[in-house]
Design a protein around this ligand. Structure first.
Ligand code: SF4
Ligand code: SF4
Length: 79
């Protein structure tokens, strides 16, 4: 049986849209994440969310002026 709490936490993990992201310098969403969950390797790269480190606090959501950070409605259900 799938743990309900685990499912809720997974569904709250945000993602960054490849279409909407403008690759800002700096990325306000990245700066807003106190857990350093939003990663950017090279300055010109699009940032991405390391879901394994995300607490689902949603602090990053309102920071992106282009609406590129969003909650993924449908998440894969893991074993
Ligand atoms: S996520 Fe938003 S703030 Fe960050 S680089 Fe993309 S568009 Fe800019
Ligand atoms: S939801 Fe919270 S922990 Fe996850 S990426 Fe956004 S600010 Fe970071």
């Amino acid at each position: 049986m799938m743990p309900i709490v685990k499912h809720i936490v997974q569904s709250a993990v945000p993602a960054i849209s490849r279409v909407l992201c403008r690759r800002c310098q700096p990325c306000e969403a990245l700066l807003a994440c106190e857990h350093k969950t939003i990663i950017r390797i090279e300055p010109e790269d699009m940032p991405w969310v390391d879901a394994s480190r995300c607490f689902g606090c949603r602090a990053c959501l309102a920071t992106c002026r282009y609406g590129a950070v969003h909650i993924v409605k449908e998440c894969p259900q893991k074993g």
